[in-house]
Design a protein around this ligand. Structure first.
Ligand SMILES: [Fe+2]
Ligand SMILES: [Fe+2]
Length: 315
């Protein structure tokens, strides 16, 4: 799609910075309302929905071990989303600087966006502290999240915004799977609150990201857009490598928590199931979301084909 056609897409869009800013005012929650000494984590319940952790696929684990793996995954989830928020904040602030003050609603909406992502880092960190206090075993995690975030930030802002949009639609999937359409898993209410309230604000961010993406893309030639989409795929693979590293750490964390060393074949099965679970939970859920695919298709129809092929290879 050419730049002028993308501009028309912007005109025909229902979202405006003013409307998103006004809607965002209605969502108002504080971290202390979701996690505090009177609202502790319930370690007798799973933290994440089965569709994201797939512990039932590992048939040799007993129920206590499946629960421990679910909790290990919950811990990793918190730290991985801190990583995601770390590259979003500078990206959004860069767009604030680019736009200046010509549209004050855009400035306010984007400043609110960045502020909320800061709140989300605080949210995930508070949950991580509660986890460490209650789980009883240390959980190793990626040490290089800031390095990874900085690597991502070296890429074109449009490719980082595409990655951001992908993750924001991911959080919708996590909310639907964990809370709204889930009456089977009997999850810890605190984690349900986390996933729900995170999505409530991400829902506004998806609109802002979409506005920014069409705006930036309209300023580029089609060849440049193709390069940016290729960069987005590089970023997806960069995160994929980091996730696979976390899968290995999760296995060590699980063995430590359950107090046994698995056999070579058991370890291989855990790794294989968890690699698939991570790919779905953190990458494919967003990449295959219809609203993400719509934006990608508008930028370049070949992008949809590429996403579909990538997701198929990972499922
Ligand atoms: Fe967030
Ligand atoms: Fe967000």
């Amino acid at each position: 799609m050419s730049g002028s056609e993308l501009s028309e897409t912007v005109v025909s869009r229902t979202h405006t910075y003013q409307k998103v800013w006004q809607d965002a005012q209605r969502v108002d929650w504080q971290v202390r309302d979701l996690i505090n000494p009177t609202k502790p984590l319930d370690f007798t319940k799973p933290f994440l929905p089965e569709s994201l952790v797939r512990t039932d696929d590992i048939v040799f684990l007993n129920p206590a071990e499946k629960l421990a793996l679910n909790h290990v995954r919950g811990c990793s989830y918190l730290h991985l989303f801190v990583l995601v928020e770390q590259f979003i904040i500078p990206t959004v602030l860069e767009q604030v600087k680019r736009l200046g003050f010509d549209d004050i609603f855009a400035t306010q909406a984007l400043l609110g966006f960045a502020e909320e992502e800061g709140k989300h880092i605080h949210l995930f960190q508070e949950f991580a502290t509660a986890f460490e206090q209650g789980f009883g075993h240390p959980c190793d995690r990626l040490e290089s999240t800031t390095t990874i975030a900085n690597k991502i930030l070296k890429h074109h802002p449009l490719s980082v915004l595409l990655l951001t949009l992908q993750f924001e639609w991911t959080t919708q999937n996590h909310y639907l799977e964990s809370v709204r359409e889930n009456d089977e898993d009997d999850l810890d209410p605190r984690f349900c609150d986390l996933l729900k309230h995170h999505w409530m604000e991400e829902a506004q961010h998806t609109k802002l990201d979409t506005l920014l993406i069409y705006d930036l893309a309209a300023r580029l030639g089609s060849d440049e857009v193709d390069v940016v989409i290729a960069e987005h795929f590089q970023l997806v693979h960069l995160l994929h490598d980091a996730l696979m590293e976390q899968v290995n750490l999760d296995l060590v964390n699980l063995e430590r928590a359950v107090g046994r060393v698995f056999s070579a074949s058991e370890r291989q099965e855990i790794l294989s199931v968890q690699q698939q679970a991570y790919r779905w939970a953190f990458l494919c859920a967003g990449l295959t979301h219809p609203n993400f695919i719509k934006v990608l298709s508008d930028l370049n129809p070949a992008g949809k084909v590429r996403v579909t092929e990538l997701a198929k290879g990972w499922s």
